[in-house]
Design a binder for this molecule. Structure first.
Ligand code: UT7
Length: 329
């Protein structure tokens, strides 16, 4: 009997309508469009505005759209995993709230946190439920309201991040398509360079933590940059090598969108030309768990069945990973 694989059978994404441009940021902090573009490649990012709206609202929008375009009955979905670093609340899981808002009455759901690699880790986890034959319809959501943990007086970070959500449908197949292989890694010693200082059990929220602005993203850009370049490039090259894939075999690289210079370095290491690299960081910035589905969603019409695609990410933790996908439709 041929092997059961998990295929991506649908992709959808949602971005909030408000666009925060570099020009607007120039009026908020001491920065310039030139600095932001040359150091990061970001021109604008979308921000979720409005009282009472959180990550689950963006996730539910993406899931509703995915169900509609794939003709999937919400009650047939058995599992939903949400990758996020900006959950609606510490508990319950944002995945539970998304399932409720999108009418997934029969799905069990949970969150997964692996910072910017979360979407990849969630996709790998979800694929195992499908490959074992346990579930036939699984949704993976990558959603982050990064604006909720961004200090808009700190120029080092506020220019980088945006809000968005993406959702993928996984279903079983016996064809030679779908999630083919994956590589992952973590190194907890890297946490010192990228984290949120307070709000967890180590340092619960207090007046002092609020006054010290410890509920925002803390990032030491340069060490993170250095690790991101090597780890993302290494893991992408390694997954090609161990599957005997050459640059000619690859249709697209889908890198996490944190910095255009990191993306370029990864593509160079893989020997892949720029025309094969999905890049939309200029319009969305770093949306953490949503960057990879946002790319796939925008490129969906160009993809063909059998295309070899490498997904690659690096994030806080540190975490990193790559997945080889054969596109299924
Ligand atoms: O997605 C999760 C993983 N995260 C990443 O992969 C991010 C990795 N890191 C990076 O992408 C880059 O390190 C940054 C984009 C965050 C920063 O770029 P950089 O080239 O590493 O700049 P830097 O931090 O070394 O700062 C260079 C200078 C500094 O000024 P001095 O000390 O040279 O006078 C900063 O104060 O640029 C200054 N600077 C800014 N200037 C204008 C920092 N932010 C800004 C800004 N506008 N927004």
């Amino acid at each position: 009997m041929s092997k059961l694989r998990a295929k991506i059978s649908g992709i959808h994404a949602w971005v909030p309508p408000y666009i925060l441009t570099n020009k607007e940021l120039e009026a908020m902090v001491e920065t310039t469009d030139e600095w932001i573009m040359s150091r990061t490649g970001i021109r604008e990012r979308h921000i979720l505005k409005g009282e009472g709206l959180g990550t689950s609202d963006m996730g539910a929008e993406a899931v509703r759209g995915l169900l509609e375009k794939t003709g999937t009955n919400p009650e047939d979905v058995e599992l939903l995993i949400c990758a996020t670093v900006t959950p609606d609340m510490t508990f319950p899981a944002t995945a539970n709230i998304i399932s409720h808002k999108a009418g997934l009455k029969n799905a069990f759901s949970f969150d997964l946190n692996a910072a910017c690699s979360g979407l990849l880790f969630a996709l790998i986890t979800a694929s195992k439920y499908v490959e074992t034959g346990m579930y036939k319809k699984v949704i993976v959501v990558g959603a982050d309201k990064m604006s909720s943990i961004t200090d808009y007086t700190a120029r080092e970070t506020c220019v980088l991040f945006g809000d968005a959500a993406g959702a993928l449908l996984l279903e079983p197949t016996t064809e030679n398509v779908g999630i083919m292989d994956s590589l992952t890694g973590t190194d907890g010693s890297g946490r010192v360079h990228l984290h949120m200082k307070a709000g967890g059990s180590l340092k619960p929220a207090s007046h002092e933590t609020v006054d010290a602005k410890e509920h925002f993203i803390y990032q030491e850009g340069q060490p993170v940059f250095k690790f991101a370049v090597t780890r993302m490039a290494d893991v992408s090259a390694e997954i090609m090598e161990r599957n005997h894939l050459t640059a000619d075999d690859i249709s697209y690289l889908v890198p996490h969108q944190a910095n255009l210079r990191i993306i370029d370095a990864t593509a160079r290491r893989m020997g892949i030309g720029k025309e094969k690299v999905m890049i939309n960081i200029d319009r969305y910035g770093n949306t953490t768990d949503a960057t990879i589905p946002l790319c796939l969603w925008e490129w969906e019409n160009k993809l063909k069945k059998g295309d070899n695609i490498i997904l690659a990410a690096f994030g806080g933790g540190f975490t990193w990973g790559s997945i080889w996908v054969k596109w299924a439709y």
